[in-house]
Design a protein around this ligand. Sequence first.
Ligand SMILES: NC(=O)c1ccc[n+]([C@@H]2O[C@H](COP(=O)([O-])OP(=O)(O)OC[C@H]3O[C@@H](n4cnc5c(N)ncnc54)[C@H](OP(=O)(O)O)[C@@H]3O)[C@@H](O)[C@H]2O)c1
Length: 300
Amino acid sequence: MYVITGASGNTGSVTAERLLAQGQKVRVVGRDAKRLERFKQKGGEAFVADMTDAAALEKAFSGAKAVYAMIPPNITAPDVRSYQERVSDALASGIKKCSVTHVVALSSIGADKPDKVGPVVGLHNWEKKLEAITGLNAIFLRAGYFMENILPQAGVIQSMGIMAGPLRPDLPLAMIATRDIGAAAADFLSKLDFAGKQSRELLGPRDVTYSEVARVVGAAIGKPDLTYKQFSSAQLKPVLTQMGMSSNMVDLLLEMTDSLNSGYMKALEQRSPKNTTPTTIETFVAELFVPAYRGKAARA
Ligand SMILES: NC(=O)c1ccc[n+]([C@@H]2O[C@H](COP(=O)([O-])OP(=O)(O)OC[C@H]3O[C@@H](n4cnc5c(N)ncnc54)[C@H](OP(=O)(O)O)[C@@H]3O)[C@@H](O)[C@H]2O)c1
């Protein structure tokens, strides 16, 4: 039986769907039974648990042949780093107590760094906690910058007529669609051919700058002159707080973007067929961004 955490989310849902489609036994974990219902209809077993609850995760992982394990984001937490530590402690404890032999763990580029990478420090520590479990075989999927991060730009374009954010317009980013991460995780889980602890980067099909994203989005929404403008941390902090992030989350996010801008946080592997994934920014924009943008326009 495979156990998939974050199963109603971006990556976990794809991993669970793929394994179920292969006829595998799958237990899906989330906080909301209703959001897990779709997997039950396909033969999955739903397990409601909060990932800060070590005892619940111990039950969730019992009998698992392998686990897809991730730390769900919590952008409203007053102390995001301590929330991440509680989740990674609970996950590691469940994995250890149930003697799980194989884990595919979601991590990020930058997780090699112990400091100055904002929320990614939580993923660095998460990898360390798994490294400390004797006998465990684990893959740390160090994913690039999620293409989904550009979805809030739909609202920015509506209100300001441009795309805007803290990253340099000319910064090449390994942008990846989350569905490709979910698919890669499913592949590792179905083969279970990894041993020891290893990190594996997933970098999308090519590096993309925000200027290029603006050109792709502009062409797709009929605004060929759309541009991206970098704003300072001081300008962005009140905007991001107003969008619902806790003050601590905004500080961590801006620390991470500073490290991306300076090159301190970056992919370490050379691009290769192993770390290159299929969904292009053009496909992502056509299939996910444009409907989100049109939906927002229709509601406005
Ligand atoms: N954004 C990036 O560019 C980037 C890059 C690399 C790595 N990452 C990492 O990727 C991860 C996010 O992956 P994702 O996008 O697949 O996640 P996601 O879609 O945001 O969330 C996964 C699911 O977790 C569930 N969840 C939330 N809080 C929970 C809790 N306390 N207990 C149990 N379940 C909970 C939610 O479902 P319910 O509400 O139904 O419970 C949610 O659907 C983070 O660890 C992030 O650091 C992000």
